[in-house]
Design a protein around this ligand. Structure first.
Ligand code: URA
Length: 233
């Protein structure tokens, strides 16, 4: 990470205070003065001090948010409420962002983290982190629809990876769908390609972790270490 960012986070400085101190020769990396605020440092390996105070990286944060409808999965938006705006101050920090996006009207499990490498693994189709959704539809899920999903529905931006789908018992117009990609409006477009309209969509699990039923809509909580390890296997 950048030296000025580490100093900001560790010492609770503003970006300009941190840059001024660094440019003024107050920062040392492994005992040597570094005056470039953009210098790259590895907080796990490098010993960084500013005015003699040790700058240690905070442990990364992993949050499970129960997203309500009507908020956008973005860090900033000029008009709309964002998932970050739902969080209490204690969890807001630079770099915290949703790992993957849900549509504004989609509800359910959003993972928020400031661990960029972890977020990348969650999002990358190659890592096969399955995301599970409950979709309410305007018609029944026939065997033909299920087969199309299992083979890989072809969308206008290319074929989807095979998805898993099962009808929910006692609710023939509701399906549980599992996908390992996160393309724009993917599930809505997959059903539309099969002649069905999605009335509501909820993400119920990411990897091996279910949305906590005790988490009310709009609430968040940190993942346990054990849950974090069940997201990316
Ligand atoms: N697929 C969609 O169509 N929308 C979402 O929000 C997530 C998956």
């Amino acid at each position: 990470m950048r030296l000025d960012r580490l100093a900001c986070e560790a010492l609770l400085l503003t970006r300009s205070q941190s840059r001024k101190l660094i440019a003024g020769g107050k920062a040392a990396v492994n005992g040597k003065i570094v005056r470039d605020p953009a210098a790259r440092v590895d907080p796990q390996r490098d010993t960084v001090t500013v005015e003699g105070k040790a700058c240690r990286a905070r442990a990364p944060l992993y949050l499970m948010l129960h997203k309500p409808a009507g908020v956008v999965c973005a860090t900033k938006d000029p008009k709309e409420a964002t998932v970050l705006s739902l969080l209490p101050d204690q969890w807001r920090r630079p770099g915290l962002a949703p790992a993957g996006r849900l549509d504004k009207d989609t509800t359910g499990f959003v993972l928020l983290t400031d661990d960029g490498a972890f977020a990348h693994k969650v999002i990358s189709p190659r890592k096969s982190v399955w995301k599970t959704y409950l979709a309410e539809l305007d018609g029944p899920v026939t065997e033909a629809v299920a087969q199309a999903f299992r083979r890989g529905v072809v969308l206008n931006d290319g074929p989807c990876l095979p998805a898993e789908i099962r009808a929910v018992e006692g609710a023939e117009q509701t399906a549980e769908v599992r996908i390992r990609e996160g393309r724009y409006h993917q599930i809505k477009r997959m059903f539309a390609a099969c002649g069905l309209h999605v009335i509501s969509l909820k993400r119920t699990a990411v990897g091996g972790v279910q949305l906590d039923p005790a988490l009310a809509s709009g609430q968040a909580r940190p993942l346990t270490e054990e849950e974090k390890n069940r997201i990316v296997l």
